[in-house]
Design a protein around this ligand. Structure first.
Ligand code: F6R
Length: 611
């Protein structure tokens, strides 16, 4: 999705802004632009469709870019094609504005502004916001004018604004789209996420809905929707810049997979006391958990798959009715939400529009909401009744990997804690889970990573095909869904994920000689049934690749498959989490073999802040 960076201070603003835009590339974008004050004070913009390198080339041939204040933007097209003209900033000789979000009433505003004599140059919704703010601020009162304009705007926005007659000053406003103010020494920044400011500062203020802020190199003033000054507490990012860089790996995705063993430990250890799980210090009381009649987990994409695993653990281990839902469906289907439900929102970014809407719906219905979030201070984290942070560190690659691993590990620990409270799990069983999760799981993930070469040889076979299947039962059916999503996202190979027992109810007709089938088998208890399903596809000529954990019954799996990837020592309790790493590395290797853009796959954005 789009990214915003703005800078005011003693440094060369264009250099800071381009650096910030590069840091935001991971969000996915198709064009970029920058606005700045020229040496003489005039306001200028340079914009380009394509990668940031295209913008850099344009800027290189510009004169007078020596500036100390400016704003920049990476755009992911929603209204209007990705062209130079549609790129941000938008505005005129008096004002330049960058925008994340969607202005829902832009047509209406445009008609009104055209009547006043404004001429539009782009197809974007943003230009209406820029010109509306211009119309409202022409009498000179910036704050009153911006407040007046945003009252007329319907939709979501994070704005960064420069006014030509006040060089060195940046104005910002937000509604349902994240925006932070980076607090430096004798310099300040605005950004749509922390990654963009880490080179300069780790301290920042998170603007809240309705806030308007005025930023100069040495002052930051935040106003609430009524125009009165408000205080926003400074926060400190837990991430440093090195963490946000590739650290010697060819791709962020690869680096992030390698970080999984540590991320699991970082996420779980703070929730363990005397060898058993304990979430009470994080605002979750055992009484509340006892009183919960059912748990509903709402999320999108990969986070939704983590939710499916979480729901399965809660039912199986804690004996509580639990389900997982896709947020974009949930929010519009008038769900019956009861006050004694626990609604869990899982989100890496904490800014996914549909997940935020689901959270608000659940809160309005009186349910207790729990955010499981990777980004400190994000909207889901701030608005949930309680929050459990996953400590995966910044996830830059568009395809989510380590976030999924820590989400599933944390949900498993949470399920065990719930079981302890509800007396479905003994202390001994809880201790075994804790040891499996914190010792065996990181160790097994490391072993899988060390076997990347084996995955590469399976990838070579898959990379040549256009279609394939992932099959599994129970936890492995969910893992199959996540494995299939990962492969589709970054290799553009079509794949189907199927509960293995369901294949013969129709989809098996697609299996033909040579079709690759990845069969997942992490549970010995259901292995015999899986073997039956594997035989069905082998009989139809499939190239079978088996991924399994444990020792029992694995000889037959090896005999049946073209290549078998078995983790003999991996405990069943954590096997579907560990095998997810193998699926991620497999997708990575297939993407490489097909020469795809691993970290920034086509059409996808990292943080989906529009519905
Ligand atoms: C897939 C992926 C997406 C996200 C989804 C939710 O690799 O990254 O499916 O999982 O967009 O994002 P968050 O977790 O930020 O709410």
């Amino acid at each position: 999705m789009c990214g915003i960076i703005g800078y005011t201070g003693p440094k060369k603003a264009d250099t800071v802004i381009l650096g910030g835009l590069h840091a935001l590339e991971y969000r996915g974008y198709d064009s970029a632009g920058i606005a700045f004050f020229e040496k003489g004070g005039a306001l200028r913009s340079v914009k380009s469709a394509g990668k940031i390198a295209c913008l850099e080339n344009k800027l290189a041939s510009e004169e007078n870019v020596n500036t100390r204040c400016g704003i920049g933007h990476t755009r992911w097209a929603t209204h209007g094609a990705p062209t130079d003209v549609n790129s941000h900033p938008h505005g005129n000789e008096r004002l330049m504005l960058v925008h994340n979000g969607i202005i829902e009433n832009s047509r209406e505003l445009k008609l009104e502004l055209e009547k006043q004599g404004y001429v539009f140059k782009s197809d974007t919704d943003t230009e209406a916001a820029a010109l509306l703010i211009d119309a409202c601020t022409r009498d000179g009162d910036r704050l009153a004018g911006i407040l007046k304009a945003i009252k007329k705007i319907r939709g979501s926005y994070a704005f960064g604004i420069l006014f030509a007659d006040t060089p060195g000053e940046i104005w910002a406003a937000r509604q349902d789209s994240p925006l932070i103010v980076g607090l430096g020494e004798n310099e300040n920044l605005i950004a749509s996420d922390v990654t963009a400011i880490l080179a300069y500062t780790r301290r920042y203020l998170a603007l809240e809905n309705g806030d308007v802020a005025k930023i100069t190199r040495d002052t930051v003033t935040v106003y609430g929707a009524d125009g009165a000054e408000v205080k926003r507490e400074p926060q400190t990012a837990l991430w440093d810049l090195a963490a946000a860089m590739r650290g010697g790996h060819a791709h962020f995705m690869h680096k992030e997979i390698y970080e999984e063993p540590d991320a699991v430990k970082k996420t779980l250890f703070p929730r363990i006391a005397d060898g058993i799980p304990d979430f009470t210090p994080e605002g979750l009381s055992p009484d509340r958990i006892k009183a919960v009649r059912s748990v509903r987990i709402v999320a999108c994409g990969t986070a939704y798959h983590a939710g499916l695993t979480g729901a399965a653990v809660l039912e199986r281990v804690a004996g509580v009715r639990a389900s997982a839902e896709i947020a974009s469906e949930f929010r519009y289907r008038n769900p019956v939400i009861e006050a004694d439900e626990l609604v869990i929102l899982i989100s890496q970014s904490g800014e996914t529009a549909d997940t935020i809407a689901a959270l608000r719906l659940a809160k309005a219905a009186g349910a207790f909401t729990l955010g499981i979030v990777n980004t400190v201070g994000s909207t889901v984290a701030r608005e949930s009744d309680a929050v459990l942070y996953t400590y995966a560190g910044p996830e830059i690659a568009v395809a989510s990997t380590k976030a999924y691993t820590v989400q599933t590990a944390l949900m498993t620990l949470f399920g065990v804690w719930t079981g302890l409270i509800r007396n479905t799990v003994s202390e001994d069983v809880a201790r075994k889970y804790v040891s499996d999760l914190t010792v065996a799981l990181p160790a097994e993930i490391k072993k899988i990573i060390a076997r990347e070469k084996e995955l590469k040889s399976i990838a070579a076979d898959i990379a040549e095909k256009d279609d394939m299947f992932f099959i599994g039962r129970l936890f492995d059916a969910t893992l199959a869904a996540e494995a299939s999503l990962k492969l589709k996202e970054i290799s553009y190979i079509h794949s189907e994920a199927y509960a293995a027992g369901e294949l013969k109810h129709g989809t098996i007709s697609l299996i033909e000689p040579g079709t690759p089938v990845v069969a997942l088998s992490s549970e010995a208890g259901i292995r015999e049934k899986m073997v039956g399903n594997m035989k069905e596809v082998v009989a139809r000529g499939a190239n079978l690749f088996v991924f399994a954990a444990g020792k029992e019954g694995t000889t037959e799996l090896r005999e049946m498959s073209k290549i078998a990837f078995v983790c003999p020592d991996c405990p069943e309790t954590v096997a579907p989490i560990a095998l997810a790493t193998a699926m991620q590395l497999l997708a990575y290797q297939v993407s490489l073999a097909r020469g795809c853009d691993v970290d920034q796959p086509r059409n996808l954005a990292k943080s989906v802040t529009v519905e």
